[in-house]
Ligand binder design. Structure first.
Ligand code: 6PG
Length: 235
């Protein structure tokens, strides 16, 4: 399903509504939320902190990353750094509920460690960890998380987490693999700006197979696209 909004603020408001619904889900079982990286979510994190503050700091929320760069946690390239600085830290999410990728670790070791952390904390279904709300971005080249067009094999890998390499910068990253992403209860792609319009059309509508993001379709979950008008301008 595709929903179009005027701007990123309205997208952030839609995400807040999803978080409140998850927070109030009957029972007390942990809710696992995977955050995306890159620039798009930064404005969303700022909005959630400013508008809702600690009201979204549910003790049952556990935060993960769909991918992160193999850099120190205080590095400007770290997806954890921005989410923590702009949202999770200010609202007081406890450290035990923040499952960051240890970007400072040896990448191969970290892919194994992160998978073990998922196994320890999440419910396992279909032999895979269950992420309840998986926020994903869309790269200009059709990648998502850190599954790039030149590493399509990560869509079918039996590893839950893998070492990925950015095709142009060569930067090492840790990414959840396709089977884990497709075991999510709800995947929400967020794309904004005119620069994403063509790729949104090719992935969200045409599902062109050469792009990794086209293969993120949880068989028993849902895929929702939250777009601003610019990113939706070719639909
Ligand atoms: C990352 C991301 C990546 C990102 C897209 C969109 O670590 O870079 O997880 O998948 O979501 O590249 O990035 P922008 O929001 O910066 O366009």
């Amino acid at each position: 399903m595709i929903q179009t909004f005027k701007n990123t603020t309205e997208i952030a408001e839609a995400i807040a509504k999803m978080l409140f619904i998850l927070m109030n889900r009957p029972g007390v079982a942990p809710i696992h939320i995977a955050l995306s990286g890159g620039n798009t979510p930064k404005e969303i994190f700022r909005y959630l902190n400013k508008t809702y503050g600690k009201r979204l700091a549910a003790k049952r929320f556990h935060f993960w990353w769909g991918d992160d760069r193999c850099v120190a946690p205080d590095n400007d390239d770290s997806n954890f750094k921005w989410a923590n600085e702009l949202w999770l830290g200010p609202i007081g999410i406890s450290k035990e509920n923040i499952h960051r990728v240890w970007g400072e670790n040896i990448p191969e070791d970290e892919a194994i460690r992160y998978a073990k952390e998922l196994k320890k904390f999440t419910e396992i279904d279909n032999g895979l960890p269950v992420i309840h709300l998986n926020l994903l971005g869309l790269g200009d080249d059709g990648h998502t998380a850190s599954i790039f067009p030149n590493s399509m094999e990560l869509l079918e890998s039996d590893q839950w987490c893998a070492v990925a390499t950015h095709p142009t910068s060569g930067q090492k990253r840790i990414t959840l693999t396709g089977k884990v992403l497709n075991n999510s209860e709800q995947v929400v792609f967020i794309a904004t700006g005119a620069g994403k319009a063509q790729m949104v059309k090719q992935v969200a509508v045409e599902q062109q197979p050469e792009f990794p993001a086209s293969h993120i379709k949880p068989p028993s979950g849902e895929v929702l696209w939250l777009l601003d008008e610019a990113a939706a301008s070719l639909l």
